[in-house]
Write a protein that binds this ligand. Sequence first.
Ligand SMILES: *Cc1c(COP(=O)(O)O)cnc(C)c1O
Length: 373
Amino acid sequence: MTRATRADIHLDALRHNLVAIRKRAPGSRVLAVIKANAYGHGIESVSRALKDADAFAVACIDEAMRVRSAGVNNAVVLLEGVFTPEEQAQAAANNFEIVVHCARQLEWLRAYSGTPLKVWLKLDSGMNRLGFKPEDFRAAWDALQDMKGVDGTPRQMTHLARADERDIGFTTRQLQVFDELTANLPGEKSVANSAGTLAFPETHRDWVRPGGLLYGVSPLDDSHGIAEGLLPVMTVSTELIAVKRLQTGEAIGYGGQWRAPEAMSYGVAAIGYGDGYPRHAPSGTTVLVNDRRTALIGRVSMDMIAVDLREQPEATAGDPVVLWGRGLPLEELANSSGTITYELLCGVTQRVNFAVHDHGEAGGSRNKNKKAG
Ligand SMILES: *Cc1c(COP(=O)(O)O)cnc(C)c1O
């Protein structure tokens, strides 16, 4: 494949970020969240690179099986638990731990008599997504106590809905609800996602559950990964495939929305929404051409974008273009296009050439080119 559109995945940055997370939460173990194909980075290479993580978290058993297929034997937590009773036996056979968030899953576990499973009992402390309501939590806890299918003391967890905001009110209330119900229970506890890990030390508890931070992005409104001491793991880049000129008043691209204010040169780069670059990125969004900041102009097409070359008329076809990652924080693009970094990371499409770089392995550097699954 010779189209230059690519995503470079730097595993040394990933490992750096895990170390940075441990410094932030020195008393906690790290449940590294690698759901959704490790936020689009490739679950196999990410789980192999993060063998130092205390455990991994995924959304479903299929993702967990991919971790095992990659040869990684760390504990894996199924964040939504099992979707059928049959998955319980498969989970036990593979050393997967299960979240129990509803009465249905509790009944499946009561009826289960295979190899015991480690359980994380989930409280809904205010997000109103998964978990037992506060009034039902204690009964769920009691029910687990005499089940043969449960291995050891269940852990307790909850999920924060608004820890990315500067206003701490809602998070404080969620934490109060969690503490009221769990403070006098034995068993390890987990509350913090990335935002909690960064902004609320009191949420750290026994296990932090960072996702975004591992990949080098900050979930906080007014911050970005670099400022938090993290390194971007994914860099998306391409090349200019044409350099041309516009006359004053000529429009560019679909809808003719952007018009040249003067005679000028511009470039066409080989990336578009068919690759996962957001169609809603407006004219003016920053793009790097030859490592220098310039602006997107006109609408994003499926396969191409146009960039302003007024400040570098010497640019030519073949010159490098960076859309996000090293040199250009993804947070900038997410903000300007009305989305979040996570959505952009998860949205890089199969057409993009993934290259995994691993400079941290014993025995020297390795540079593997391969498709992330
Ligand atoms: C996705 C997820 C996380 C990780 O969230 P980040 O914001 O990426 O840190 C943690 N806990 C649960 C339950 C999740 O679903």
